[in-house]
Ligand binder design. Structure first.
Ligand SMILES: NC(=O)c1ccc[n+]([C@@H]2O[C@H](COP(=O)([O-])OP(=O)(O)OC[C@H]3O[C@@H](n4cnc5c(N)ncnc54)[C@H](OP(=O)(O)O)[C@@H]3O)[C@@H](O)[C@H]2O)c1
Length: 329
């Protein structure tokens, strides 16, 4: 038996339980992992509340990110040995493959061996944020030196990963956060400009920064009323990649801006990259290289012990965090 995070009803953090479940031997092509650290994601809070893109089958497991040691190998698995330090790529289905437990089975194809020196906490904080940001900025938008990019929800784990990746390719980064509270930390993480959208005139500030040239790439998980100032700041032919729905308000469609500037508005799920072997491999090379050389360094907001999973989820939904919340076992 192994302890696992589960919930029997949807709702707030208090619905989470730690329960003993049986974890079978790994099947063909699978690895069983003794988990040492978990990464938390907004998607897990949404699934727990029953508002995620997948509907949980109750009682349900949870979790998209984990790192640990290879404990057993299924038939046909090559390239791994018992005791290897590994982490998992986010499963395409959290319902079928939840990873927040102390012992998990996972398809070897989506397990990654760690670069030397990467801690379990760093590894558990890496794959969702870097794959999501890489897929949007590099694979899809082809961000490059000389581009200006707007990154909203900039202090989120994905937002900070996007800042690092955009800096790495030489783009100019405009980070958007709601208040000035996280401004200094965002500048320290590499943002060239920071706009506090709840305290400043977003449209005016973006006009001041991007001028007549405009912004070629917008990477946004919020939607809602900021859609209008964001698109107004864009350059002709620019692309806005929408990857979440944090705003509870309706999102206007800025028809004449989109039309006159020939803008691309692109929905995006990281699953698009994970499910495509060639694109996934290119992403892994980019990210493993960054983690090995230190150009990518996951920002960890806070670490909680496994027993405090409810407090960790409360903190996730407080929006106080700056970076990734990690849980250790
Ligand atoms: N499409 C995909 O494949 C994919 C993959 C991963 C994540 N996501 C999405 O990306 C977003 C970030 O995920 P994460 O796990 O990195 O989140 P996180 O670390 O929990 O991010 C929290 C931050 O988001 C901002 N935020 C929260 N609620 C907001 C609201 N109502 N309006 C504006 N900003 C708000 C705040 O940043 P400030 O304090 O800086 O304002 C907050 O600190 C989520 O929407 C998630 O669902 C999508």
């Amino acid at each position: 038996m192994a302890r696992s995070i589960r919930f029997h009803e949807t709702g707030g953090p208090d619905v989470l339980r730690i329960e003993d479940i049986a974890v079978a031997a790994p099947g063909p092509g699978e690895i069983r992992i003794q988990v040492k650290a978990l990464g938390l994601n907004r998607a897990e809070a949404l699934m727990r509340r029953g508002t995620y893109i997948e509907t949980p089958a109750l009682p349900s497991g949870l979790g998209l990110e984990a790192a640990g040691l290879v404990e057993a190998l299924g038939d046909g698995v090559t390239g791994f040995a018992i005791g290897d330090a590994v982490s998992v790529l986010p499963p395409v289905s959290m319902v079928r493959c939840p990873v927040h437990g102390e012992l998990i089975r996972f398809p070897a194809e989506f397990v990654v061996k760690h670069p030397p020196g990467l801690s379990f906490a760093q590894a558990a904080a890496s794959w969702m944020q870097y794959l999501t940001a890489y897929g949007a900025l590099i694979d899809i938008a082809k961000l490059t030196a000389g581009d200006i990019v707007i990154i909203t929800a900039a202090s989120s784990s994905v937002g900070l990963a996007a800042i690092e990746i955009a800096r790495q390719v030489g783009a100019t980064v405009i980070a958007v956060t709601r208040t000035v509270r996280k401004q200094a930390a965002l500048l320290a993480e590499g943002a060239h400009h920071v706009v506090a959208s709840a305290e400043e005139d977003l449209g005016e500030r973006l006009r001041q920064i991007a001028g007549t040239r405009g912004v070629r790439v917008v990477f946004d998980p919020i939607g809602g009323p900021i859609f209008e100032p964001l698109t107004a700041a864009m350059a002709p032919g620019g692309i806005l990649i929408e990857y979440g729905g944090l705003s509870p308000e309706p999102t206007p469609f800025p028809l004449f801006t989109v039309l006159s500037k020939r803008l691309t508005l692109r929905g995006y799920l990281v699953h698009e990259i994970i499910a495509d072997a060639a694109r996934r491999d290119a992403a892994k090379v980019f990210i493993l290289d960054g983690l090995s050389t230190g150009t990518l360094r996951p920002v960890i907001a806070k670490v909680f012990p496994f027993e405090e999973i409810v407090a960790a989820h409360r903190y996730l939904e407080s929006n106080e965090q700056f970076g990734k919340i990690v849980v250790t076992l």
